[in-house]
Design a protein around this ligand. Structure first.
Ligand code: HEM
Length: 216
C-alpha cells in the first residue's frame, strides 16, 4: 500500500453523505427482523437461539484525514432472544466507505469488552460485501478484555452482507473462538435478514444546510 508524501492536506468532501456511500447506500436506514439465528458457546456445547433485531444506520458527516476520505454511517444494533427479556447482544460502531480505494470498513464495539475493525474491498455497485478482522493484526484486528483473551479468545471475525433484490439485506457473521480447555476452535455464527422500517436521517451537515426546520 502506498501513501502520498503529503499526509496533511485534506480532501474536498461532498456534504451529502447519503449520495456518496457507494455500496453502503443500501444499508442506510432503520431495519428490523424477527428471524435471526445465533450459535454460541456454552459449557454443554453449542447453543442455538432465535432472535429479533433492530439496526439503526445513520449517515455521519464525511471524515477526512489528509488523503484518507471516508463517507459512512454510525450504527447501533440491539438484539433480543425470542425467549428472554434482557438484551441478548448490543453493538455499536461505524460502516465506512473510501471511494478512492474501494475500502469498506466496519468497526465493532461490543459491551462484553471487545472492539474490532473489519476490512474489505467493494465496487460502488456491489451486491455482496465481505469484511474480515484477525486477532493480532495491528490494522484490521480484534482487541478483548484479559478475561475474554483467557477464556474465549477471539481469533477472527468475518461478515458477509448480501443485498437482496426485494430491498432487504442478509448477513452472516462467523466469529472463531478458542474456548479455554478445548482443543478445537468454536464457530460462533449469527445470521439474519433485515427489512427496512424507516428511511435514514440526512447527515448533520446536510440538515444544517437545509435550514432550521430540518435540524436535529
Ligand atoms: C448477532 C450477533 C451476535 C449475537 C446475537 C451474539 C450472542 C452471543 C451470546 C448469546 C453469547 C453467549 C453469552 C453467555 O453465555 O454469557 C455470546 C458469546 C460470545 N460472543 Fe457473541 N454474539 C454476536 C456477535 C458476536 C461478535 C461479532 C463477536 C466478536 C467479534 C462476539 C464475541 C463473543 C464472545 C467472545 C463470546 C464468548 C463469551 C461468553 O460466552 O461468555 N459475538 N455471543
Amino acid at each position: 500500500m502506498s501513501f502520498p508524501a503529503d499526509i496533511f492536506t485534506e480532501q474536498d468532501a461532498n456534504p451529502d453523505t447519503l449520495a456518496n456511500l457507494g455500496p453502503l447506500r443500501r444499508l442506510a436506514g432503520i431495519w428490523e427482523s424477527g428471524s435471526g439465528v445465533d450459535i454460541n458457546p456454552k459449557a454443554a456445547g453449542p447453543q442455538r437461539r432465535q432472535y429479533s433485531e433492530r439496526i439503526e444506520l445513520q449517515p455521519i458527516d464525511a471524515q477526512s484525514n489528509g488523503p484518507q476520505l471516508f463517507y459512512g454511517m454510525r450504527y447501533h444494533t440491539r438484539i433480543l432472544a425470542t425467549d428472554e427479556e434482557a438484551t441478548f447482544h448490543d453493538q455499536t460502531g461505524y460502516w465506512l466507505w473510501e471511494p478512492a480505494t474501494g475500502l469498506v470498513l466496519q468497526t465493532l464495539s461490543i459491551p462484553r469488552g471487545q472492539v474490532a475493525i473489519a476490512a474489505g474491498q467493494a465496487a460502488p455497485d456491489a451486491t455482496r460485501l465481505v469484511l474480515t478482522a484477525k486477532r493480532g493484526d495491528s490494522g484490521y484486528g480484534i482487541c478483548s478484555t484479559a478475561f475474554l483473551e483467557y477464556a474465549f479468545r477471539t481469533d477472527s471475525y468475518r461478515i458477509e452482507v448480501v443485498f437482496n433484490p426485494d430491498g432487504s439485506w442478509s448477513y452472516v457473521l462467523e466469529t472463531m473462538l478458542m474456548v479455554h480447555g478445548r482443543t478445537e476452535p468454536f464457530l460462533h455464527r449469527d445470521a439474519n435478514t433485515l427489512v427496512k422500517v424507516a428511511e435514514p436521517t440526512p447527515n448533520p451537515l446536510m440538515l444544517r444546510r437545509a435550514g432550521p426546520a430540518r435540524q436535529s
